[in-house]
Structure formats: C-alpha cells, structure tokens
Design a protein around this ligand. Structure first.
Ligand code: PXL
Length: 276
C-alpha cells in the first residue's frame, strides 16, 4: 500500500538518528514521506559534545498553515524527538488539522532511556508529552519513557506482572495501541510487548550487549513503515525488531562507529520482510 505520511522529528545532521534514519526507512517501505524538522542539530546529543541546536518551533505554525491552505493532508503523522514542550502543542494541532479522515496518529515519545530523561528535557516536557501520547492511536515508548508517562518509578529488574501493571497504567490514562520496546526477562534476550485491542503479545529476540544509539528511531521508523505497508501492529513490531537486530549486528566490531547503526546495509532485508 502506498500512503502519504508526515514525520516530525529533528534533523541531527550527523549521527544516524531521527529524520536521517526515518526518511530513508519509510521511503524503503514505499511511503511518500513528508518531513517537518523540529530542530536542526549538528549532531545528536548522546555522546557528542559541543553540538549546535537550532530550534524550529517558531516556524511550525506557518508551515502547517501553508499546508492547510494548499489542502495538503496525510494518511498518518508519526512524531519522534521534538524540540520543546511548546512544539508538542503545535504537533497536537497538526494531528487535529492535517490528517485524513481516520488517519493515524503515531507517537514515539523519544525523551528518555536507562531511567533518565535526555539532556534537553525536563518534567514540563513530560507533562506536555502525556496528552499527545494518550490521544494517539499508537505509542512506542521504551520502559523508561513508559514510566515517565505513567508516573511509575523506573526499575531495572522487573517481571511480567510489573510490565503488565505498567501497560495497565498507560491504558488507564488513555493509551490505545502500545508498542513497549526493550523488554527482556532473561539476560540473553530483549524484546517488545504489543498491547492492541485488549490483547497483549510478546516477541523476544537476541540482546546484543552494548546499547546502540539511534536504534529506538530505527525501530520506530521500521515499525511505522511495516504497519502502513499493511502488517498488523504485532507483525510490524516483529519485523522492526528483526531489522533493528540486523542493523546492530552489521555495526558490531567497528569501534569507530559508536554513534549510530549501519541501518542502510540492512534495508534490502527490510524490504524482503515487508514482501513476505
Ligand atoms: O535517538 C533519539 C534522539 C533524536 N534526536 C536527538 C537526540 C536523540 C537521542 O539522544 O539527541 C537530537
């Protein structure tokens, strides 16, 4: 299926994350992909120092107004790393005014990992992110982000009951389909829990010891591409997991490539997975 979609995220010029991975992955999935850069950074903020940031919040209302004037609309809007709490309000307005009838709102609340918010964010940002997530059709948080959204204390050790309670807390606040990433119940595995339509399913896969930057963005873009291609939320979550693992495997062993993953090398396999 060919769809016109919009993704709203930053451009980190160097570092293989956000728009520089979402655009090629969504294009590979066969989607016409419009972009709205939330900010332009010289690099991402996870490991580089002294990066430049140009917040584009002030440009967004005029861009959205121009699109409305041109009667442009999208089958889905998918958001990732956003520049500011104020920008989240503009994104809500884009959800409300630029989606086709029945269009999908997909939010990756890219704001935290390993129990901590990213350097640019604070509690006000989390508070602004909640209504965006709880009004969306699909959210893709990792465990840290899910805890911030649900107001539950982050844990490194957990079991299925605790994950179930975390999902329940998100649903109680209004979450619809939840794709919870980075859930592992054994030291050798990690995986993804998909709660959709009252049903919860888990897909476990190999855990690769070292954490890799940008893999959350690779995962979310691959999920969105597969979903819009016509896969179910669970099947899209499995394809995105297998693709992301492949990207990490292809990067392992190259110490100089610490800032991201070589997602480009696995795009042919991603396309094959979509065709199956
Ligand atoms: O991968 C998430 C992300 C996106 N954009 C910027 C980031 C990060 C993670 O740190 O810094 C600018």
């Amino acid at each position: 299926m060919y769809h016109k979609i919009l993704t709203v995220q930053d451009i980190s010029c160097v570092g293989q994350c956000s728009l520089t991975v979402a655009l090629p992955i969504l294009s590979a999935a066969g989607m016409e992909t419009a972009i709205l850069p939330s900010a332009v950074l010289s690099t991402h903020t996870a490991g580089f120092t002294g990066f430049t940031v140009r917040d584009l919040t002030a440009d967004i209302p005029a861009i959205a107004a121009h699109w409305r004037k041109e009667h442009i609309s999208f089958h889905a809007v998918y958001t990732g790393y956003l520049g500011s709490a104020e920008q989240i309000g503009y994104v809500q307005n884009i959800f409300d005014t630029l989606l086709d009838e029945g269009g999908l709102k997909i939010v990756d609340p890219a704001m935290a990992d390993n129990g901590k918010l990213y350097p640019a964010f604070d509690d006000a940002y989390v508070a602004a992110m909640r209504p965006l997530c709880f009004g969306a059709d699909i959210i893709l948080p990792n465990i840290t982000e899910a805890c911030f959204l649900a107001g539950i204390e982050y844990r490194e050790q957990y079991d299925e009951a605790w994950i179930g309670a975390l999902l329940d807390a998100l649903v109680a606040r209004g979450a619809k389909t939840i794709v919870l990433t980075g859930v592992g119940y054994t030291p050798e595995t990690t995986g993804v829990v998909v709660r959709a339509g009252g049903e919860t399913r888990y897909y476990a896969h190999r855990r690769i010891a070292k954490g890799c930057h940008g893999t959350g963005d690779v995962y979310a873009a691959a999920f969105v591409g597969a979903l819009l291609h016509g896969k179910s939320a669970y099947d899209a979550a499995v394809i995105a997991a297998d693709y992301t693992v492949k990207c990490i495997e292809l990067t392992q062993g190259d110490e100089s490539h610490w800032y991201g993953v070589k997602f480009e090398l696995a795009l042919p396999e991603y396309i094959d997975m979509l065709r199956e």
